[in-house]
Design a protein. Structure first.
Lengths: 448, 178
């Protein structure tokens, strides 16, 4: 990728990048001027659809297609919800965008709201990001003053309000219908679908939910064109009709046992190993990697042998993971026990399950108890079979739960067992050599 | 003698007193919003900022003034992890237990914190100085392991730095408790 030019992060390192003047000096809001009032909303949707942009928030759903599900000729209001909850463990690239370049995010929001004919956009911002809040609020103020936002944008008859709604810390708020419930002032209990948000979403009106980075991509698609966007990334696999391709640039995060953790932009399809070596400057302390979480905890584990996996929407699936997820990788070095990773993962999901669906609520809690038992030296080899059974039976995929949180809880378990079973068996044999089951009561579910 | 059983004005007056003028004003602004009930989370943030936690009286008063069922207010307050239903210490310690921090040794820091403070997660020291909590990923994974004390982010913490960090906050404070 010698001639790859970063666009999403082009401004990030500029001094005062968050100011309107700096953003405009770099050509910012030029796309908005060329689009609003000049192109019809339908044409914008068509462009985005043609670019085959897929959502950057985790699920990779084609963005233009999602927009096309909105009812035509709806009297309104239509809402755009911006998913800035960024709560997948190990993920932090949206924060970089919102803090360093909030106007880029805002331009993406305005363009996307124009395309979907939304009259209000809600930014659902996780509570833990106070600087993002400050920067977005300031950006909204500046944009309003400059006529990019508010009533009659740039003198056209298009008007848009942008509001920020702060969360209060719950992972499930990132799920799109949980997010909608939360904006309505309720517990973030995901809704049963259908109806999908495009038909009945926020305040029972047609609603589109998109991730921050997805919306930032829209600016560049409309600026540089569909052909440019599709010249980056990976085309669909020819013999997989379900693969919609992985076009465009992507922000990748790196953390854990790497020398240079951070947020880096690269074309979709860069291999996981290259990401670690080139951007992360390799695994720390001259060690090797044992495993890598490719895109946020929910995606599961890649083993060292799978580091050539391309970081596109299809790559991690071929390697037995949930998918690309958020593209933020966590590296585990060769000395790190998989059991500790698994325990931490199970604790997180047990804590965050909203409790509506029995398989998710009970499954995540029991998986945690099994991990606690093994770590306490009372594990049995059959406990691993029990864990595997939980991993295989909870989730939207087997059809037992409302939302994808249970899937996310299952993949770390499934991949740890599929790829590191020997190590897990060994830790049980070492900590409980007799291997028999003592039936002491297990510790109650403890938070955190 | 009045026969009316309508004590709305009395209930409202009591609720105002419980929440204080700042929060009451915020709630009044919420009524200008097209969907006031959607402001519940924002109101609870205001209350917690004012009082440090959400007491049963606060929740009731919010229900009355925002005109949302009390059960709903209690449900929301107990659902979101950020809302505290018990008083907290002077300083909040939030240790990130997310994946990236955990693999870089958050567990050892957790042990050291508990040893130094003599409390476990979810508890407050007897002198009321520190409340210890674990949190999910804070979105600063590049700085792992991360520990927050109040609004300060402490990056790449090692267990041996823990006593020094705590000392910093003890020294800063003279006992002018709220
Ligand atoms: C449990 C759970 C948590 C999620 N958290 C987030 C999140 O924090 N941020 C996000 O953008 N999407 C998150 N998603 C995905 C959203 O449901 C949704 O697919 C996404 O916001 C759609 O936007 P996109 O198409 O632009 O990616 C989550 C999904 C689930 C099931
Ligand atoms: S799958 Fe889990 S988090 Fe999602 S709705 Fe069901 S119980 Fe809640
Ligand atoms: S895991 Fe600690 S900040 Fe992300």
């Amino acid at each position: 990728m010698p001639d790859f030019e970063p666009v999403l992060t082009a401004n990030v390192d500029k001094e005062d990048a968050h100011r309107l003047t700096v953003y405009e000096a770099g050509g910012g809001y030029g796309t908005l001027r060329r689009v609003v009032g000049q192109m019809s909303p339908g044409d914008v949707v068509q462009q985005v659809q043609a670019s085959q942009l897929r959502g950057r928030g985790g699920a990779g759903f084609p963005t233009g297609l999602k927009w096309s599900f909105l009812p035509k000729d709806h009297p309104g209001p239509i809402y755009l919800c911006v998913n800035a909850d960024e709560s997948e463990p190990g993920t932090f690239c949206n924060r970089v965008l919102m803090e360093a370049d909030p106007h880029q995010v805002l331009e993406g929001i305005i363009l996307s709201a124009y395309a979907t004919r939304a009259s209000t956009a809600y930014i659902y911002l996780r509570y833990e990001y106070p600087l993002s809040l400050q920067r977005l609020q300031a950006a909204i103020g500046e944009a309003r003053e400059a006529g990019y936002l508010g009533k009659n944008i740039l003198g056209t008859d298009y008007s848009l309000e942008v509001r920020i709604h702060r969360g209060a810390a719950a992972y499930v708020c990132g799920e799109e219908t949980g997010l909608i419930e939360s904006i309505e002032g309720r517990r973030a209990w995901p809704r049963i679908k259908p109806p999908f948000p495009a038909v009945e979403g926020l305040f029972r009106k047609p609603t589109v939910v998109n991730n921050v980075e997805t919306l930032a991509c829209v600016v560049h698609i409309l600026d540089r064109g569909v052909a440019w966007f599709k010249s980056i990334g990976v085309p669909p696999e020819p013999d997989n009709p379900r693969d919609a391709g992985s076009f465009g640039p992507k922000m990748f995060g790196l953390s854990g046992h790497v020398n240079r953790p951070g947020c880096y932009e690269a074309p979709l399809g860069i291999s996981c190993g290259e990401l670690i070596d080139r951007f992360g400057e390799g695994v720390w302390k001259d060690r090797r990697a044992k495993a890598v979480v490719p895109g946020g905890l929910s995606t599961g584990l890649l083993s060292e042998r799978e580091l050539d996996t391309p970081m596109d929407f299809a790559g991690p699936i071929r390697a037995g993971c949930l998918g690309l997820g958020t593209g933020c990788a966590v590296v585990l070095d060769e000395t790190y026990p998989i059991l500790d990773f698994l325990h931490n993962s199970c604790r997180f999901f047990a804590h965050e399950s909203c409790g509506q669906c029995t398989p998710c609520r009970e499954g995540t809690a029991w998986a945690l108890r099994l991990c606690q038992r093994i770590r306490a030296g009372r594990g049995r080899l059959v406990d691993l079979d029990l864990l595997a059974e939980i991993g295989d039976t909870i989730g939207v995929m087997p059809g037992t739960t409302i939302c994808g949180l249970a899937d996310g809880a299952a993949w770390p378990i499934k991949t740890a067992l599929a790829k590191f079973r020997d190590e897990l068996e060994e830790s049980i044999r070492q900590t409980n050599p007799q291997g028999y089951a003592r039936t002491e009561p297990v510790e109650a579910l403890n938070t955190p | 003698m009045s026969t009316s059983t309508d004590n709305r004005s009395q209930v409202e007056a009591q609720s105002r007193e419980v929440l204080g003028p700042k929060v009451v004003e915020f709630i009044e602004q919420c009524h200008a919003d097209p969907e006031p009930a959607g402001k519940l989370i924002a109101v609870l943030h205001e209350v917690q900022a004012e009082f440090g936690y959400l007491a049963p009286d606060h929740l009731d008063a919010v229900a009355q003034l925002l005109r949302v069922p009390a059960a709903k207010v209690a449900g929301v307050a107990s659902f979101y992890h950020f809302f505290r239903l018990t008083p907290r210490g002077r300083h909040m310690i939030n240790l990130c237990l997310g994946t990236a921090c955990y693999v870089k040794g958050a567990d050892q820091i957790a042990h050291r914190l508990q040893d130094e403070l003599g409390i476990t997660f979810g508890e407050t020291t007897p002198d009321g100085m520190f409340t210890l909590e674990g949190t999910r990923c804070l979105g600063t994974c590049g700085l792992a392991p991360v520990m927050m004390v109040d609004a300060d982010v402490h990056a790449q913490v090692t267990p041996d730095q823990v006593p020094g960090i705590l000392e910093q906050y003890l020294r800063e404070d003279k006992p002018d408790r709220q």
